[in-house]
Design a binder for this molecule. Structure first.
Ligand SMILES: Cc1cc2nc3c(=O)[nH]c(=O)nc-3n(C[C@H](O)[C@H](O)[C@H](O)COP(=O)(O)O)c2cc1C
Length: 455
């Protein structure tokens, strides 16, 4: 089979991920592998897409190889997908699959993003391989890579493809006109609206205008398309020790002094290619200069999204997952799918309420699971990721279960007691009663407190 490996890591031939493809190439001389460093050469393809078009046309199987970057793919792959779609090269009927390496932090959303775009292109999608960064260095990892390739060939031969999600029904896009009255503003809070709004994003532009009108605080708009990014994150880890990016375009100072200082963040974008225009992904990836530190923990977040958000389940997971992991209270998402004005008004009210009440909520699976991956990663990498390690120590993020010595001892004692037959007999059916005791006390005390306060 003619396999085109799109190596979308910005590290080119020094990519970890592409080595899994090279390993498979070494084992399978019966197939033709063409490996292209698309991530490193993205600027070249922006100027001239023709060489890649020819390679895409030639391929029978397109294998996307990339590192997971901030819940999705690197900016460079987002840009490539834009270029492929803009060129209009016909990939329908071709096989598509993917290999990623990562620490498994939101590898699921990355894979879903690539799958969704391959479906858009009419490709036959085979489930990809999500490997840990170090997997190729272990025998088990290599076996899994070999298995992946065998399954891939089997799936192509037997038509075992990923089921595409139901697409959004076609709808006539109405131009949303701002209607909300401009309320009086105070300078009590600083709200920053980060957007990649382009001149053609009329709805988004008007949604931002309405949101600003409805908000009783003055707000600032930062348009990412105006920032002179020198390029996407290079994955060089130069920032791991110093927190400073190797690029000289001033993004890290801009991020820290213009955006992160705000009391609330509003992200505003139009959906494109199941995320948004790649300019936003460039912004996401370049925030790696903050490492894995949840530096804006507690700052509320709101979203203004133009597009068929309700049909983008993967994007919804990304939006929720990001605020969960960051410890940011998600006030809500206003879209232009229904009653846009009511949505925007409710979002503005919700943001004011969150700021006033300093709202927070317990992290759910997305947040707890994500932070556990980071905790274990930074603990092991503490020698290199010094700033992250200091932050995790200072903020009590190293909550390893084995440190709960008292609780473990308590449980051992309970375990030993309930193992005694006479105790077992006495406690029969009463276990839950013992457990619920302290909870009942909380409820009783709340009632007593309320009565005492005369409410
Ligand atoms: C900007 C940036 C963002 C990253 N985001 C994630 C992530 O969301 N999830 C994850 O598990 N790993 C993440 N990583 C780690 C990379 O996925 C991992 O190091 C990968 O193996 C690098 O592959 P490569 O050498 O092919 O570029 C990130 C790394 C960088 C530099």
């Amino acid at each position: 089979m003619k396999i085109l490996v799109l190596n979308a890591s910005p590290k080119g031939k020094n990519s970890t991920t592409v080595h899994t493809a090279l390993y498979l190439q070494a084992l399978h001389p019966e197939h033709t592998f063409t490996v292209v460093p698309v991530g490193q050469q993205i600027k070249r393809y922006e100027k001239d897409f023709a060489p890649l078009r020819a390679q895409l046309e030639e391929a029978e199987l397109v294998l996307f190889c990339y590192p997971v970057y901030t819940f999705i793919a690197p900016y460079q792959l987002h840009r490539l997908i834009e270029l492929i779609k803009a060129d209009g090269v016909d990939l329908s009927g071709k096989f598509a699959s993917q290999i990623t390496t990562s620490k498994h932090f939101y590898d699921v959303t990355a894979h879903r993003y690539v799958e969704e775009n391959c479906f858009d292109l009419g490709m036959k999608v085979v489930r990809g391989l999500s490997a840990d960064m170090d997997d190729l260095l272990t025998e088990e990892g290599r076996r899994e890579a070999r298995n992946f390739f065998d399954q891939l060939m089997f799936s192509c031969a037997h038509g075992l493809f990923v089921t595409p999600p139901a697409p959004a029904p076609r709808r006539e896009k109405e131009i949303y006109q701002p209607v909300l009255p401009d309320v009086a503003k105070t300078k009590d809070k600083d709200v920053v609206i980060v957007t990649n709004c382009a001149p053609e994003d009329q709805n988004l532009h008007n949604m931002i205008a309405d949101f600003q009108a409805a908000l009783p605080f003055e707000s600032r708009v930062v348009n990412l398309r105006d920032f002179p990014f020198a390029g996407g994150c290079l994955g060089c880890f130069g920032c791991a020790v110093t927190g400073k990016c190797v690029y000289q375009d001033g993004f890290d100072q801009f991020l820290r002094n213009t955006i992160q200082t705000a009391d609330a963040f509003v992200y505003a974008f139009t959906i494109a290619d199941h995320y948004t225009h790649s300019s936003f992904k460039c912004f996401d990836d370049r925030q790696f200069c903050n490492g894995h530190r949840t530096v804006t923990h507690g700052t509320p977040i709101a979203y203004l999204i133009s597009g068929d958000y309700r049909y983008e389940s993967n994007l919804r997971m990304i939006v929720e997952g990001r605020s969960e992991v960051g410890g940011n209270y998600l006030c809500g998402v206003a879209t232009d799918e229904g009653d846009t004005a009511a949505d925007i008004q409710a979002l503005a009210d919700s943001l004011v309420f969150a700021l006033k009440k300093k709202l927070s909520r317990p992290a759910n699976f997305y947040g707890v699971g994500g932070m556990k991956i980071f905790r274990d990663l930074i603990y092991v990498m503490q020698g290199l990721m010094k700033a992250d390690h200091r932050f995790y120590k200072a903020h009590g993020i190293y909550d390893f279960p084995q440190k709960q010595k008292k609780r473990i001892l308590q449980m051992k004692l309970v375990g030993a007691l309930v193992a005694i037959p006479s105790v077992q007999k006495k406690m029969k059916g009463q276990m839950n009663q013992y457990i619920i005791g302290p909870y009942q006390k909380v409820v009783e005390q709340a009632g007593e407190k309320r009565k005492a306060s005369g409410q």
